[in-house]
Design a protein around this ligand. Structure first.
Ligand SMILES: *[C@@H]1O[C@H](CO)[C@@H](O)[C@H](O)[C@H]1NC(C)=O
Ligand SMILES: *[C@@H]1O[C@H](CO)[C@@H](O)[C@H](O)[C@H]1NC(C)=O
Length: 549
């Protein structure tokens, strides 16, 4: 929860109004929403500010006086009579869990019964009489000067199943209320078995219906218990299934960094379809793929022969999935006795290597550049070489979990300008390329290849990325290039050779990976390097894709 800090008044005034023993130490109350729950506030005691006009009938409140931590804080505060429905400050104390939470009708809210919950809270009115202005001031900080102690978050969850998963459930009239509940049950079982936690999978839920609705995001809950509870709360919406529309919406609006997508972790959407989709799902599948989202289709109850006429496209499953290899589709005959389908589905969702749609040539490659710094190049042409390198590098998604770039300059000698792990942002990589200083000297390309394989690729042997070496040279090497190049190929490094001016075609072909024609390039003039940029990028992406198949 990203609660903004809202000072009650100007900070100085606040300090004057609040005597120490009142307990708040002058800290501003946290502005919360109608639906912020006790468990969202991870403090023994907190002062919060409830907004006015919350819809009373939508409050989830469990218990009386002592409320289960899944209850809405503002709901509990209204229920308890601490505030009216026009909002205001509330003090929240966390309490241990209980066996029993009772149901009581009070102040317009019917609280619900609940058994066994791991944490509770209670609410009181805030002792001071101050009025909230509602103006957010971002510069507010705890005025005592004491650092807020940060309790390190416990690491939970199944580490071997890191995935960001959206369950796109069917909320259409097709499925109906009864099977909708069975579907929720099934999704709950899958969620439970996944091992949700801070270090494990995160899940969210979207309901496909006439209009898609994101019920909760990845970041909302990081424990299975909370997720199960949230799933239980989801209400049936009805309408056409419009699964395509919902899938597109999920790719675009659900999988965002703001909504809790973690970098470098496979994005997965599990689409449940009871019967068939009422709209075009193929295009949505393409959009999802472009967003790097792995689409799984769980189809339940195939259309019967009489219904086939109503199905837009009977091959919808194959067209929507990321790759039509059988891995991304799953069929269940009906919603009854689905327990045995839980485990195989969970196993699929946890199989990282198969999540090909999250891996692209832009984020899963290591590219080293071997740059000829011999005397024949000359200073201004050396700049053109660096420009060539930087134009290729900037196409890739450079980060510590994405693409990595390294560069070595060589004459007779070699100099690692920067290695794969030195820089993890594009900005830094481009800056350091710009500042590479020209060495000037002879040309020993073979040695330089061996050097690079050993010193630059050696340390990242464990990297899951595919390895590329781009060699730019303007002349004949004084040493043998064939042996060192063959060793690099054997080490799984794909070589692109780019020759300028005096570089002999034979050398270029000897160094390049197969097929030679698409891995060796030549231009008479240094200005001819520019159009080769896109050839090399396309080559890297093509080789990457082929390696994934
Ligand atoms: C829970 O509450 C019910 C009804 O108030 C009561 O009969 C029962 O004994 C309680 N159970 C526990 C474990 O406190
Ligand atoms: C999920 O988080 C968002 C943003 O923090 C919030 O607006 C929304 O109310 C939360 N939803 C639930 C169900 O907690």
């Amino acid at each position: 929860m990203s609660a903004a800090w809202i000072p009650a008044l100007g900070l100085g005034v606040c300090l004057l109004l609040l005597p120490g023993p009142a307990g708040s130490e002058g800290a501003a109350p946290i502005a919360i929403t109608c639906f912020t729950r006790g468990l969202d506030i991870r403090k023994e005691k907190a002062d919060v500010l409830c907004p006015g006009g919350c819809p009373l009938e939508e409050f989830s409140v469990y218990g009386n006086i002592v409320y289960a931590s899944v209850s809405s804080i503002c709901g509990a505060a209204v229920h308890r009579g601490v505030i009216s429905n026009s909002g205001g400050p509330v003090r929240v104390y966390s309490l241990p869990g209980r066996e029993n939470y009772s149901s009581v009708d009070a102040n317009g809210i019917q609280s619900q019964m609940l058994s066994r919950w791991s944490a509770s809270f209670t609410v009181t009115s805030k002792s001071s009489t101050q009025e909230a202005t509602g103006q957010a001031v971002s510069t507010a900080h705890p005025p005592t000067g004491k650092r807020l102690k940060k309790t390190p978050e416990k690491k939970t969850g199944n580490k071997d199943c890191k995935a960001d998963i959206a369950f796109l459930i069917d909320g259409s009239f097709n499925i109906g209320q009864r099977r909708f509940n069975l579907q929720k049950n099934f999704v709950g079982k899958v969620a439970l078995m996944l091992g949700i936690g801070t270090e494990g999978p995160h899940v969210g839920l979207v309901q496909a219906s006439e209009h898609p609705k994101i019920e909760f995001y990845l970041k909302n809950f990081t424990s299975a218990k909370d997720v199960l509870f949230a799933i239980k709360e989801v209400g049936f919406r009805g309408g056409n299934s419009n699964t395509g529309k919902a899938l597109k919406h999920t790719a675009q609006k659900f999988f965002t960094v703001d909504a809790g997508v973690r970098k470098g972790i496979p994005k997965v959407v599990v689409v449940f379809i009871d019967g068939w989709p009422s709209d075009d799902i193929e295009e949505a599948g393409i959009v999802a793929r472009e967003f790097g989202v792995n689409v799984f289709i769980v189809s339940v109850a195939k259309p019967i022969p009489e219904e086939l006429g109503m199905v837009q496209d009977v091959t919808f499953v194959d067209k929507a999935v990321c790759r039509n290899n059988g891995f991304f589709s799953y069929h269940m005959p009906n919603w009854f006795g689905t327990t045995k389908y839980v485990k195989p589905l969970v196993q699929k969702l946890c199989t990282h290597e198969q999540m090909m749609c999250s891996k692209t040539c832009y984020n899963s490659v290591n590219i080293a550049f071997l740059i000829d710094g011999s005397s024949s190049v000359g200073d201004s042409n050396f700049r053109l070489m660096l420009e060539f390198v930087s134009n290729i590098a900037k196409t890739f998604e450079i980060s510590d979990i994405g693409a990595k770039i390294a560069a070595v300059q060589f004459t007779y000698d070699q100099r690692t300008e920067f290695s794969f792990t030195d820089y993890s942002t594009k900005e830094n990589v481009l800056a350091v390329i710009r500042n590479i200083r020209y060495m000037s000297g002879g040309t020993a390309t073979g040695d330089a290849i061996s050097f690079t394989v050993r010193n630059v690729f050696g340390p990242i042997r464990e990297s899951p990325n595919k390895n590329f070496l781009v060699i730019v040279t303007d002349g004949q090497s004084y040493d043998d290039v064939q042996g060192p190049a063959a060793a690099a190929h054997d080490a799984g490094i794909t070589i692109f050779s780019v020759g300028v001016a005096w570089a002999p075609l034979d050398d270029l072909k000897d160094m390049a990976s197969k097929p030679k024609e698409s891995h060796a390039f030549f231009t008479r003039e240094f200005t001819g390097l520019e159009p080769i940029v896109s050839d090399v990028i396309r080559g890297i992406c093509r080789d990457f894709l082929e390696s994934q198949q």
